[in-house]
Design a protein around this ligand. Structure first.
Ligand SMILES: Cc1cc2nc3c(=O)[nH]c(=O)nc-3n(C[C@H](O)[C@H](O)[C@H](O)COP(=O)(O)O)c2cc1C
Length: 229
C-alpha cells in the first residue's frame, strides 16, 4: 500500500521486502459480542502478571481491530474511519507488534501485519526497571507517532498540524485513545493488558525509524498469569 512521505526508493525497497517476507494475514475481525461496555469498564485494570502463552491469531486480529481497525470504509474527509478517533482523522499513530517470532506493523486498511524484522523486540518494548513478571508476555504493542502523517494529513488540514507543540498533544492523545481500546478489549476478552514506558531510542534505532517518527509508549497484552497462592 503506497504511503505518503515515501520516495520511489523507499517504495521499491518496501516491495522487495514484501516479496521476501509476506507478513501475517490476519483473519477478518470477528466483531463478536464480548459483553457489555459497562462490564468491560467494570473489569478494566492494569494486569502486569501475564503468562507466556501465545495469543491465537483470531484474538490478535480482534484485538488490533478494536485498537484502531477500520470500522467505516467511508469516514471523515474521504479517508476510512477507524475505531479510534485521531486529530483531523490523520491516523498518525502506527501500532507496531512485537511477537516472539519477529516484529510487525499493523496495517489497518488491509488488516494485516507487515513484517519488519525476525528479531524479538519484546524486551526493548518493556524496558529496564519494569516489573519483570510479564516479561515473556506474547504480545507487546509499540505506539509510534508518524509526524509526517500530521504534516501531510489525508484528513482535514488545519494550522495546528504543522505546529510541533500541537502535534505532540495530538499524537499523545491519539495514542491514549488506542490504548484505552486495548484495555477495554482485554477486559472483555479475559486478557490482561498493561500500558508502560519502553526503550524509546533503542527501539527507534532497531526499527530504523525516520527522525519524524516517535516511539511513545508500549502496551503488553496476553493471558493473565495465575495468581500466586
Ligand atoms: C501514561 C501512562 C504511563 C504509564 N507507564 C507505566 C509504566 O511505565 N510502568 C507501569 O508498570 N505502569 C505504567 N502505567 C500504568 C499505570 O501505573 C496504571 O494505569 C495506574 O497505576 C492505574 O492502574 P489501573 O490501570 O489498574 O487502573 C502507565 C499508565 C499511563 C496512563
Amino acid at each position: 500500500m503506497a504511503q505518503i512521505g515515501q520516495s520511489n526508493k523507499q517504495r521499491a525497497s518496501r516491495h522487495h521486502r514484501e516479496a521476501q517476507h509476506p507478513g501475517i494475514e490476519l483473519p477478518p475481525p470477528s466483531r463478536k459480542d464480548r459483553g457489555s461496555l459497562t462490564r468491560a469498564l467494570q473489569r478494566r485494570k492494569t494486569v502486569r502478571q501475564i503468562a507466556p502463552k501465545p495469543l491465537p491469531l483470531a484474538i490478535l486480529s480482534d484485538l488490533l481491530w478494536a485498537a484502531c481497525g477500520v470500522n467505516r470504509r467511508k469516514g471523515p474527509f474521504g479517508c476510512a474511519g477507524k475505531t479510534a478517533a485521531s486529530a483531523s482523522n490523520s491516523q498518525e499513530v502506527d501500532v507496531y507488534v512485537a511477537l516472539a517470532q519477529g516484529t510487525y506493523r499493523y496495517e489497518p486498511l488491509s488488516h494485516r501485519l507487515d513484517w519488519l524484522t525476525d528479531a524479538d523486540f519484546r524486551g526493548h518494548a518493556l524496558g529496564r526497571g519494569q516489573v519483570d513478571s510479564g516479561a515473556r508476555a506474547p504480545v507487546r504493542l509499540i505506539f509510534v507517532a508518524d509526524v509526517d502523517k500530521l504534516v501531510h494529513t489525508r484528513g482535514y488540514m488545519e494550522p495546528g498540524l504543522r505546529d510541533p507543540e500541537v502535534q505532540r498533544s495530538y499524537y499523545y492523545v491519539d495514542t491514549g485513545l488506542i490504548a484505552a481500546h486495548v484495555y477495554l478489549f482485554a477486559a472483555s476478552a479475559g486478557l490482561g493488558a498493561w500500558f508502560h514506558h519502553c526503550e524509546h531510542s533503542r527501539l527507534a534505532a532497531k526499527l530504523h525509524l525516520r527522525k519524524d517518527q516517535r516511539v511513545l509508549f508500549a502496551q503488553t497484552v496476553g493471558y493473565p498469569a495465575r495468581k500466586p497462592r
